[in-house]
Ligand binder design. Structure first.
Ligand SMILES: [Zn+2]
Length: 163
């Protein structure tokens, strides 16, 4: 039997370990208000959470994810979708109030081929759109986000008088 000695495996394994730190699970497990802002956790319900995307397609790009780590849509219990619907409505309302977008893209990428950056933990994207932002795809690759801007928007979205 051929013996394979592959030192680069160590690097690969280290990377895999790195990937195990699922940022959505980290956000779901966060129980300190101070860390919520650092992790960009906007809202939670019993089974779901909304976070701001740290690598947004556009300003105000939010994510809604179940608190449990799953890539299987059918693993989500049917009666948990009510909460999802409420969070979706809240995201749409607050983004509208704070950013006045002209429309939204709302969707779920399943699998790497569909563009999922984090395949193992389902998450829905809420992306506000503005008339004239038609150069959507080129914008994605060149977007640089200043953390300061993310935290300012975080405060604005959280500051909801009506709830
Ligand atoms: Zn996870």
């Amino acid at each position: 039997m051929e013996k394979i000695w592959a030192p680069w495996r160590m690097e690969y394994i280290a990377e895999i370990d790195e990937e195990k730190k699922c940022f959505l699970c980290e956000a779901a497990g966060c129980d300190e208000a101070a860390r919520e802002k650092e992790l960009l956790v906007l809202w939670r319900t019993e089974h779901w959470l909304t976070v701001m995307n740290r690598w947004p397609y556009s300003n105000g790009h939010l994510l809604i994810a179940p608190k449990y780590h799953t890539s299987d849509l059918e693993a989500i219990e049917e009666n948990h979708f009510n909460e999802f619907g409420r969070l979706l409505g809240l995201c749409k309302r607050r983004l509208t109030e704070v950013m006045s977008p002209d429309g939204f893209n709302i969707g779920l990428n399943m699998g790497r081929v569909a563009g999922a950056g984090l395949e193992d933990h389902l998450h829905w994207h809420i992306v506000p759109r503005w008339n004239g932002d038609t150069n959507f795809m080129p914008v994605i690759s060149s977007t640089k986000v200043i953390p300061q801007a993310l935290h300012e928007l975080f405060d604005l979205l959280r500051a909801d008088d009506s709830s």
